[in-house]
Design a protein around this ligand. Structure first.
Ligand SMILES: Cc1cc2nc3c(=O)[nH]c(=O)nc-3n(C[C@H](O)[C@H](O)[C@H](O)COP(=O)(O)OP(=O)(O)OC[C@H]3O[C@@H](n4cnc5c(N)ncnc54)[C@H](O)[C@@H]3O)c2cc1C
Length: 333
């Protein structure tokens, strides 16, 4: 928790800076994230966790059921089922696809070359022992053309697929794909749809308003690398959302999607230096890749440039992170 709060907070600041300097638009809302609980035991269990988050500098407040509905009036119809909640006013939400595609356009305008529809098939490593270096990557494009790309430094940021390229070089990461589902519905009655981002703890789903759409995400299927849609899981998402906000959306034609969360046992990502000096890692962000993304990107850029990132996080491959005690100090709010 120490590690995750530190990198997430650093990331939030990096995102705010990036949004300010780039003007990226992605249906973002800065209205906080509200967890609501419908089981007394779950709520009771959440209290020490919220306190720990507060101690680490994240302003997560435990609140009553009435306060939950005051913060998000769209939950009024299920007020009698809610037993309590917690609220982090500084949290944000937005459309990650709009964010990343808009960021990629801006990067391309600034001279970055993207090669889409292209797979890396192999890292080319030369030398032995501490003199080992990655000298290139073999890639294959959508038309089956092979190519070798050369560079000074290489970052593995392949999510759940990272391990495959690293294993032949003796680098072992513990990453396993956790399939998640999302459903998006057009909003037809805006005043009945939530505007605060919500976590429905009982059903383990998150609900975000993205402009005139409502997006709901959840479930974690441990079932290899397949991304097919399981109809039962899709329908469960829609059933619960309809229960919560029956008249807010058009539920007749949802857009379903699945993605693989690159899970690590602790949910702490691998960010840092691999055992080959010019090879770097930025992967394994699990359930929180959007939350930790901007900070992770900023940190790995600093590390590649030989600078120490301004966040006390146990970066992979750094000598200081070898100890058993987490080397994190988070300023208290
Ligand atoms: C339903 C769902 C909801 C989520 N909600 C949230 C949320 O609310 N907040 C949050 O913080 N996080 C959330 N996450 C988690 C977040 O999406 C992930 O942590 C994040 O996508 C990880 O980013 P990544 O770039 O490391 O990996 P990925 O997003 O998996 O991207 C890896 C990329 O590498 C490409 N690739 C793989 N192998 C190769 C290769 N050999 N050559 C070339 N390219 C390759 C893949 O095609 C892919 O595009 C959610 C995830 C899911 C599935």
């Amino acid at each position: 928790m120490h590690q995750i709060v530190a990198i997430a907070e650093y990331s939030r600041q990096a995102l705010v800076e990036l949004r300010g300097s780039s003007g990226i638009e992605y249906d973002h809302l800065t209205r906080g994230i509200l967890h609501f609980y419908t089981e007394q035991k779950e709520f009771d269990d959440s209290l020490p966790m919220a306190k720990l988050m507060r101690d680490l500098g994240c302003p997560r407040e435990s609140i009553s059921a009435d306060e939950v509905v005051k913060i998000e009036p769209a939950l009024a119809s299920i007020r009698n089922k809610i037993v309590g909640g917690d609220f982090t006013a500084t949290d944000e939400s937005g459309d990650v696809y709009k964010f990343t595609s808009s960021l990629a356009r801006k990067a391309a305008d600034a001279g970055v070359q993207f090669q889409y529809n292209t797979s890396v098939t192999r890292l080319i490593v030369e030398g032995a022992g501490s003199a080992r270096r990655v000298t290139g990557v073999e890639v294959i494009d959508g038309e089956g053309r092979h190519q070798v790309l050369r560079a000074d430094a290489f970052v593995i940021a392949l999510g759940s697929y990272s391990q495959e390229l690293l294993a032949p070089h003796g680098i072992s990461l513990m990453i396993y794909p956790g399939k998640g589902y999302s459903a998006t519905y057009p909003i037809i009655k805006g005043d009945l749809a939530p505007t605060v981002s919500l976590t429905d703890d009982g059903y383990k789903i998150v609900i975000s308003r993205l402009g005139d759409r409502l997006r709901v995400a959840g479930t974690c299927e441990l079932n290899g690398f397949g991304r097919d849609l399981n109809t039962t899981r899709c329908e469960a998402l829609t059933r619960r959302t309809r229960e919560l906000f029956p008249e807010a959306c058009d539920f007749s034609n949802p857009t379903y999607w699945t993605g693989l969360r690159p899970l690590t046992p602790s949910n702490i990502p691998y960010i840092g230096r691999a055992s080959i000096p010019n090879l770097f890692l930025n992967t394994g962000h699990g359930t929180l890749g959007w939350t930790m993304g901007c900070g992770s990107g900023k940190a790995i850029a600093e590390i590649i440039c030989g600078r120490q990132p301004e966040v006390d996080f146990a970066f992979y491959g750094e000598p200081k992170s070898a100890g058993a005690v987490p080397r994190v100090q988070v300023a208290k709010a």
